[in-house]
Design a protein around this ligand. Structure first.
Ligand code: ADP
Ligand code: MG
Length: 251
């Protein structure tokens, strides 16, 4: 039989941090409550799994760069009649759309909660163990353009593949030069049917020729995005504006 003295070292060597934290207290409980050895083992494994899950969520939350606090619980659905909570929770509970590489497109004027909702989906997916990345369209295009200038566009696109969901915020704000829109198109084409995109836009599809410049490219981009997509229209007055008006009327 191996010596109990070597247990802490073995647990460390096997990188079982969750078990390391609890094995002594659990052993005490196990003795007091007359657990079978296998019950003790099962309990230790559960703790290890929980610890790993918790650390993974923290790691994935950090890398996702989602705007802080924009979760489902901080979203007030009474303020936005055009978006149903059930519709949003469905996207968060059943994540098969992610496995299928489908997209979510959020449209609406400024301040109605598009970014908040996109981030809320992101947070929920991370809780489900998925890897997500949030970026403004402007920052993403800048990064891809830099990669292309260094002849590394393909690598940059492939690096983003590890995120099963990529959130592109404010696609309408991409500057309108040909080089910039081209990398954006390449990203959309690269992820088509293989990785999900959540896109927010305050411009309806009919105005997307202003994003892509070239009409053929606009049509091709829209085709790929909507082929498998859930489209959410947020048709309210700006939440920001309502809040500030309420604030003023209280004074
Ligand atoms: P958009 O992306 O449509 O311009 P945002 O998501 O940035 O709008 O929303 C603007 C601000 O108002 C953010 O701080 C957001 O958290 C908040 N907000 C918008 N709609 C709601 C809502 N229904 N409930 C809670 N906060 C909201
Ligand atoms: Mg926004």
């Amino acid at each position: 039989m191996s010596s109990i003295a070597s247990l802490p070292v073995l647990l460390k060597e096997l990188k079982l941090a969750g078990m390391t934290k609890v094995w002594q207290t659990l052993a005490k409980t196990a003795v007091e409550e007359h657990w079978l050895p296998q019950d003790y083992l099962a309990s230790l494994c559960e703790q290890e799994a929980a610890d790993r899950y918790h650390k993974r969520v923290l790691r994935h939350t950090h890398e996702a760069q989602l705007p802080l606090g924009k979760t489902l619980s901080s979203f007030d659905f009474d303020a936005i009649k055009s978006v149903k909570k059930t519709q949003m929770t469905a996207l968060m509970v059943d994540t098969q759309w992610v496995q299928r590489g489908e997209n979510v497109l959020l449209f609406g004027p400024s301040g109605v909660g598009k970014t908040h909702l996109a981030a809320a989906i992101g947070y929920a997916l991370i809780e489900k163990g998925l890897r997500v990345r949030f970026s403004t369209a402007t920052a993403l295009v800048q990064m891809l353009q830099k990669a292309r200038a260094e002849l590394g566009l393909m690598e940059a696109l492939t690096r983003l593949d590890k995120y099963v969901v990529l959130i592109i915020d404010d696609i309408g704000y991409v500057k309108k030069n040909e080089m910039e829109t081209q990398v954006l198109f390449e990203l959309i084409a690269h992820r088509y049917e293989s990785g999900s995109l959540i896109i927010t836009s305050n411009q309806a599809f009919s105005d997307w020729d202003q994003i892509f410049n070239d009409n053929m490219m606009t049509v091709a981009a829209i085709d790929r995005l909507v082929h498998h997509a859930c489209i959410i229209q947020c048709q309210e007055e700006s939440y920001r504006k309502k809040q500030s008006l309420q604030g003023r009327s209280k004074k």
